[in-house]
Ligand binder design. Sequence first.
Ligand code: ATP
Ligand code: MG
Length: 105
Amino acid sequence: MKKVEAVIRSRDFDRVKGALKQLGIVPLTAYPVQGRGVQGGVPPYDLLPKMKLEVVVRDEDVEKVVESIVRNARSGTPGDGKVFIIPVEDAVRIRTGERGNEALY
Ligand SMILES: Nc1ncnc2c1ncn2[C@@H]1O[C@H](COP(=O)(O)OP(=O)(O)OP(=O)(O)O)[C@@H](O)[C@H]1O
Ligand SMILES: [Mg+2]
């Protein structure tokens, strides 16, 4: 399992979310964040608002999920965002006790 963490433009969030649903990936966590990339903020703002998206996926789904996020969040201009891929040890669906891939979606 991997956690795909994406920081994207807020305006792209609904499209990215919809594209993940088309892949059959419905569950996710999302929240507004503030950040800066290599260019720093835009004066006078040090940090700019973005959306953070977190989705834990099966190993075999990682590439299509990352590709979908990138395709739907890219404008080609600085500030489009970034994706991080992080190993996940295990998961538990609290209701049923299922573990691992079975607990994800
Ligand atoms: N190395 C990083 N660590 C943590 N967060 C990051 C990192 N790089 C980018 N981010 C987050 O992603 C957001 C968007 O980053 P951004 O797209 O500007 O990255 P960049 O590397 O500057 O690329 P670009 O040159 O395309 O702008 C930032 O506001 C920040 O929240
Ligand atoms: Mg940048």
